[in-house]
Design a protein around this ligand. Structure first.
Ligand SMILES: *Cc1c(COP(=O)(O)O)cnc(C)c1O
Length: 685
């Protein structure tokens, strides 16, 4: 398999949108049909710029607007560079005012950058109110803009509006800007509306047809002041963007960069094509013929953009050597499946310790927040702080021990601490106030106050500085379905609920109760608790192959891949790797793969019969070094350097589950996944 940048629908549509913008400024059909040209570029291609705004809004909101500052800075820098590039042309044309620099750009296409800058600030501000308020306000702004753009001729028939637009146009040249035009599309993008593909396709076609009728009518009636805004345009954009979202997989950075460069460079190319045509006496082909003109400008813009792209420093992609692939759709799917499996009133607490079992805690937390998850658990103070620093809101419970001297950090980062035992409680209280969940030891005998130790619990509740937000326990044997395990779990549950009941009867606030983790959820009947702490199930894998009582429809989130870097043939009796550990019996072909035990693979996998997928086939591992793995690929004559090897996950119809790799290594998937190395690249899909 190959990286899926080929289906990056959104990024490819960026390139298409750049072509549309070039067409808008070159009128390709004008030589043959004025009306056709109007319909094409002044109506249909008007989806291009709103599309850019929608992608911006979509990606900003997907990241909970955390990238806003960075985006504004980047846009401002790009705007500055583009301004410098066009200043000579602008000065040559004359008639430049300082206001242009701020609001409209020094050249006709540069209005886009100030519109992004202002639009993003306005959209971000509005989004603070929640989309329910933000969208109608942005729509109202758009309607005002529409009256100063496509529907101008109608709007100014109303005297009040006439005065309004006189006022607006004494400041702005157009209403197609960061105040009236950009915010709606930014917020529609932020809403990330996904409809069924068929619905999107039909809606897109229908609304484009409506927009064509609207455009023709406004045009023939001579009502337009400008042709950027139509009543049907936002509707059209919702369907179009939903269609693209349904097709989108992965990213294509080149398409993205190319489209931005074409957008910036094409007016210069128009000037150069015109100049060049005059010098070469080819005006007939490249100026008077609108099609020739368009194609020449398009080709030269893409050529210039392509050259600039090539001049960029070579990026190092995450999938160059060995990498984890994180499928966020699968994570979201699992979160929904778990949420649906919970009884009424019980919420999911996502366990993100050990960097989300190797899946990336921050990425996972952000994706989970979008599914409505508001509680997270980590193992350590540092893990909790890392989530907060990345802007993750909601409850973050530290399940492990935190030394009392760091209570100020717990407060500073609004983290909730588990009370590990009685002496931990007193030490925390000494430095409090601190928000805690009480761990009750009901039989795990690891952390927590013994559930029956009512004297300690009584004392604890009388300490002022411990704010008890929750009471929980951890099951020691919920993974197993044996009678012994079931009895043990039964006893743990009894001790837990007895103590919770007693606390309640004493008038002690217990806050949120929780006792199940992934296996507790899958192996027990519904429990009368407020939270379920799920880790491994969220990542779509089981710890081991043992059966569970109610299996869930989970999808594995993580794949582990590396590349074939070299292939060689061994004659009978030759050895490979350290210690002469592998000896070829008969002629063998070996592939050296760019992953090793320093990347977290157990070193004894080859000896235990470990396998990896190459071109959809299982290949035995025959040697494991720190940075390299040797695979026996005899019988795969087409394998070639650069091929992707799958250590965990699917490849061309074959599947190698994490459970299997873990079992081969003599461990559980939790350990295998959480030990994956920091050196691995991460590809998030
Ligand atoms: C790790 C952990 C969990 C999550 O367990 P999974 O089996 O991965 O769902 C829940 N509770 C506590 C206390 C843990 O340490």
């Amino acid at each position: 398999m190959r990286a899926s940048s080929r289906r990056a629908a959104i990024d490819f549509f960026r390139a298409a949108a750049a072509v549309m913008v070039v067409a808008i400024h070159t009128s390709p059909l004008k030589t043959w049909t004025e009306t056709g040209d109007f319909l094409l570029v002044e109506v249909l291609f008007r989806v291009a710029v709103p599309f850019f705004f929608m992608t911006t809004g979509y990606f900003l909101a997907r990241d909970e607007w955390r990238g806003t500052g960075r985006l504004l800075k980047r846009t401002a820098l790009l705007y500055l560079a583009a301004t410098a590039l066009y200043l000579p042309l602008a000065l040559y044309r004359g008639g430049l005012s300082p206001l242009d620099l701020l609001l409209e750009g020094v050249f006709y296409h540069l209005w886009y950058f100030p519109a992004v800058l202002l639009g993003v600030v306005v959209a971000w501000g509005l989004s603070r109110l929640g989309l329910r308020w933000a969208l109608p306000i942005a729509a109202a702004l758009y309607l005002i803009g529409l009256g100063g753009d496509g529907w101008y001729g109608l709007a100014v028939r109303v005297p009040v509006l006439n005065a309004l637009y006189n006022g607006i146009f004494s400041v702005f040249s157009y209403t197609r800007n960061g105040l009236f035009y950009a915010p709606l599309f930014l917020l529609l993008g932020a809403a990330g509306i996904r409809l069924e593909r068929g619905v999107s396709l039909f809606g897109c076609a229908a609304s484009l047809a409506v927009m064509a009728v609207e455009g023709l009518w406004l045009h023939t009636a001579g009502l337009q002041r400008h042709t950027s805004m139509y009543l049907a345009l936002p509707v059209c954009m919702v369907f179009l963007f939903s269609l693209l979202l349904s097709l989108n997989q992965g990213r294509n950075k080149t398409a993205r960069t190319l489209s931005m460069l074409v957008y910036i460079l094409h007016p210069w190319c128009i000037v150069l094509v015109r100049g060049g045509a005059k010098v070469l006496h080819l005006e007939g082909v490249f100026i008077e013929n609108s099609g020739g003109h368009f194609l020449a400008v398009l080709a030269s813009s893409f050529a210039a953009a392509g050259v600039l792209c090539l001049l960029r420093p070579v990026p190092l992609p995450a999938d160059a050597r060995a990498w984890k692939e994180i499928d966020l759709d699968a994570l979201r799917h699992n979160a929904r499946v778990l949420q649906e499996a919970l009884p009424e009133g019980c919420a999911l607490m996502a366990v993100l310790k050990a960097d989300a079992y190797g899946h990336g805690a921050v990425t996972a937390a952000r994706a989970l927040r979008r599914c409505g998850v508001r509680s997270f658990a980590v193992a350590t103070l540092a893990e909790g702080i890392a989530l907060r620093k990345a802007g993750v809101r909601g409850t973050v419970l530290i399940l492990g021990y935190t030394a009392p001297e760091y209570v100020p950090l717990l407060r500073r980062w609004r983290l909730t601490q588990t009370v590990a035992d009685a002496s931990h409680a007193w030490a925390l209280a000494d430095r409090g106030p601190v928000h805690v969940h009480l761990a009750l030891d009901t039989g795990m005998h690891r952390l927590g106050i013994p559930a029956e130790d009512r004297a300690v619990l009584d004392r604890l509740y009388r300490r002022k500085n411990l704010i008890v937000d929750g009471v929980f326990s951890h099951l020691a044997a919920s993974e197993r379905l044996t009678a012994e395990a079931a009895d043990y779990t039964e006893e743990q549950l009894r001790r837990f609920y007895d103590t919770v009941e007693w606390l309640r009867s004493e008038g002690r606030p217990v806050g949120l109760t929780h006792i199940q983790s992934s296996y507790g959820l899958m192996n027990l009947p519904p429990q009368p608790c407020d939270l379920v702490r799920a880790g491994i199930a969220l990542y779509g894998v089981y710890s081991d192959p043992d059966p569970v009582r109610s299996p869930l429809d989970l999808r594995p989130v993580l794949s582990l891949r590396a590349r074939v870097v070299s292939i060689r043939t061994l004659r009978d009796g030759e050895t490979a790797g350290y210690d002469l550990a592998y000896r070829a019996r008969g002629e063998k072909r070996l592939a050296t793969v760019s992953i090793g035990y320093a990347d977290g693979l157990p070193r004894d996998l080859p000896r235990r019969g470990g396998q990896a997928l190459l071109r959809g086939r299982r290949c035995p591992m025959v040697g494991m070094c720190m940075d390299q793995l040797l695979l026996d690929i005899t019988g795969l004559p087409n394998a070639a350097p650069g091929d992707i090897v799958t250590l965990i996950g699917s490849d061309s119809g074959a599947f190698l589950p994490a459970e299997e790799a873990a079992q081969t290594a003599g461990t559980i998937s939790n350990e295998l996944l959480s030990r994956l190395g920091r050196r691995l690249g991460v590809v998030v899909r």
